[in-house]
Ligand binder design. Structure first.
Ligand SMILES: Cc1cc2nc3c(=O)[nH]c(=O)nc-3n(C[C@H](O)[C@H](O)[C@H](O)COP(=O)(O)OP(=O)(O)OC[C@H]3O[C@@H](n4cnc5c(N)ncnc54)[C@H](O)[C@@H]3O)c2cc1C
Length: 95
């Protein structure tokens, strides 16, 4: 099995602007926090130093995630979490 790792998308430029919320760590926890903050209309930036999705991006079949009766591949979950959060307006930056 070949895992696709690395940045998922080009990030928005952070420049010198002021955000309502800055989250450090783009794993499942950070992406979830970012999703909620962005949906709450807060100007939110998520910083990640390695791989979007965190540990789950290195995982194979995840069988205990609700909503996926047949399980889901970790790298797929990472992409879907990232896409869902950024679609709601979360801004991201690889550090
Ligand atoms: C091989 C493997 C298999 C697994 N299988 C399952 C499973 O089947 N089911 C399950 O429920 N869980 C599984 N897990 C556990 C699951 O992946 C973790 O519980 C989950 O990833 C934790 O999410 P998190 O966001 O809290 O932390 P992490 O995923 O660790 O994310 C933290 C992120 O923060 C980033 N970060 C840290 N410091 C900084 C900094 N200073 N600046 C910027 N970024 C920073 C890291 O690079 C990382 O991306 C597995 C884990 C592994 C390794």
């Amino acid at each position: 099995m070949t895992l696709q790792l690395g940045p998922l998308r080009e990030e928005s430029p952070a420049s010198s602007r002021i955000y309502d919320v800055i989250i450090i760590g783009g794993g499942a926890a950070g992406l979830t926090a970012g999703l909620y903050a962005a949906r709450a209309k807060m100007d939110t930036l998520l910083l990640e130093k390695a791989v979007w999705g965190g540990q789950i991006a290195y995982t194979g079949l995840v069988e205990n995630y609700p909503g996926f009766p047949d399980g889901a591949m970790g790298p797929d979950l990472a992409v879907w979490m990232y896409d869902q959060a950024t679609k709601q307006g979360l801004q991201t930056l690889s550090t």
